[in-house]
Write a protein that binds this ligand. Structure first.
Ligand SMILES: *Cc1c(COP(=O)(O)O)cnc(C)c1O
Ligand code: SF4
Length: 339
């Protein structure tokens, strides 16, 4: 008898990510209509406060129909509360402009250089600390990454390069590959880290071409996802995580603590659990950066610390994210003290 190998399940072809990106919902009324929430349209702000609504349809499909408090919807829907002028909530909340070392390069912490890889994201999150960042002038990928690469090359202390938001994965794989080869030729760089929400909101972006590129990089690879609620993770995200891991990436997650979305121990525990199921470990739980227009998402420090204590009482240590805050001028993200 000849042993016949078991048939290998052919993965279904992924949708074309560029098309998914183009077809993202950008109109708040359409978003509400898709969710059967037309009646809320009257409560929308008259304009988008200079930060457009943008959400891929695959992410909308994970929102609960008819639920105005859906935790995914609340992350993307413009609210009247964004108009509130709250003292302490400012445009450049984390001192990004002061940390700029070259075009599109931020250096705040030892050994790491963070590149503002692109000017846009696949989703626009209302709480985003970069909603007021002057992207148009500060994109590392512009002009063939030349300035950013020159800065990294010139600074032998940089061991890790972080591609961050605007989301690096809205760039073409060809554009990333151009960067990757130049980066790999810099002897002191050991690690490439990618901060991206795209594998979550547009998992089809993690396609064969991208994974082949990532797998072939002669660098240590870390992908830090950004998931705030377990409902963001469906089978398509789980598969994207599997593909990233198969390409040799260590997967971590950062979340932002958001009032009404994940400021509850059950929800945070469910998130850690769902992440672990996808081979992703929780890394940071960020206290909201005090950015103008986002004050309604803030959770105070005692409550935030209390939530972490509650998680500690029920989860293994490796499923507890580090609760941190970014402080302009500090040498690292700052851990919050326990209660
Ligand atoms: C958050 C951040 C990093 C990464 O910090 P880690 O603690 O290593 O995750 C690096 N550079 C800048 C500018 C940052 O804001
Ligand atoms: S940088 Fe991250 S948090 Fe901000 S809008 Fe883009 S995906 Fe959302």
């Amino acid at each position: 008898m000849i042993a016949v190998p078991a048939p290998v399940a052919q993965p279904r072809a992924l949708p074309d990510w560029r098309q998914s990106l183009r077809e993202a919902v950008t109109d708040a009324r359409e978003l509400l209509a898709l969710l059967g929430l037309e009646s809320l349209a009257g409560r929308l702000p008259g304009d988008d406060a200079g930060f457009a609504l943008r959400v891929p349809r695959g992410f909308v499909a994970r929102m609960r129909h008819g639920d105005p408090r859906d935790p995914l919807l609340l992350q993307v829907l413009p609210q009247l509360a964004e108009r509130a002028d709250v003292p302490g909530f400012v445009a450049d909340a984390v001192g990004d402009l002061a940390a700029r070392s070259a075009h599109g390069v931020l250096q705040k912490y030892a050994g790491r250089a963070l590149l503002i890889a692109s000017g846009s994201c696949a989703v626009n999150c209302r709480y985003c600390f970069r909603r007021h960042f002057p992207y148009a002038e500060e994109i590392a990928a512009a002009a063939g990454w030349r300035e950013a690469l020159a800065q990294v090359r010139a600074d032998a202390g940089v061991r890790e390069v972080i591609l961050s938001g605007g989301d690096p994965l809205v760039l073409s794989t060809a554009k990333l590959a151009e960067f990757g080869s130049a980066l790999a030729a810099i002897p002191h760089v050991e690690t490439l880290r990618i901060h991206s929400r795209v594998p979550v909101v547009l998992p089809e972006r993690v396609d064969d071409e991208f994974c082949a590129w990532l797998a072939g990089l002669p660098l240590r690879r870390v992908v830090v996802l950004h998931v705030n609620h377990a409902n963001e993770i469906d089978g398509s995200v789980r598969s994207a995580c599997a593909r990233l891991r198969a390409a040799g990436a260590i997967l971590l997650n950062q979340s932002v603590l958001l009032a009404g979305i994940n400021d509850n121990a059950d929800r945070l525990a469910a998130l850690s659990d769902r992440l672990f199921d996808c081979g992703v470990l929780p890394y940071y739980l960020h206290q909201l950066d005090p950015v103008r227009g986002a004050a309604h998402f803030a959770v105070d420090d005692p409550r935030a610390s209390g939530l972490i204590e509650a998680l500690r009482a029920r989860l293994p240590g490796y499923l507890i994210p580090r609760l941190v805050r970014e402080i302009a001028g500090a040498a690292s993200k700052m851990p919050l003290q326990g209660p």
